[in-house]
Design a protein. Structure first.
Length: 104
């Protein structure tokens, strides 16, 4: 007996926490951490992100700054566990500065 296989990729739907409905374009916007118990993750669809100026987690300034720091330290032979080169120190300070800015 022959089986029919679809050439279409499976449809994946997420949930948008802003319009409180299903979405095929939802991405992670905010991670809510708690001292005890599980945290939460909030997702937003493309229209809600555009309307509300929401930025995906991986594009937020702290994530971008931390990635730049990690890329530098992985390639830099002067950055070690015991210290950082001048460029690594600047990238670390830049990352720490983004953490001081309140998230919107």
């Amino acid at each position: 007996m022959a089986t029919l296989e679809s050439t279409q990729p499976p449809t994946v739907f997420g949930w948008c926490h802003w319009h409180k409905g299903p979405s095929g374009t939802a991405v992670l916007i905010r991670i809510i951490e708690q001292g005890s118990g599980p945290g939460a993750a909030l997702y937003a669809c493309a229209p809600c992100r555009e309307q509300r100026g929401l930025v995906p987690v991986d594009e937020q300034p702290d994530a971008v700054a931390y990635r730049a720091y990690l890329v530098h330290t992985q390639a830099c032979t002067h950055c070690t566990e015991s210290g950082r080169c001048e460029g690594g120190a600047r990238l670390w300070q830049s990352y720490r500065a983004t953490l001081a800015v309140p998230a919107v």
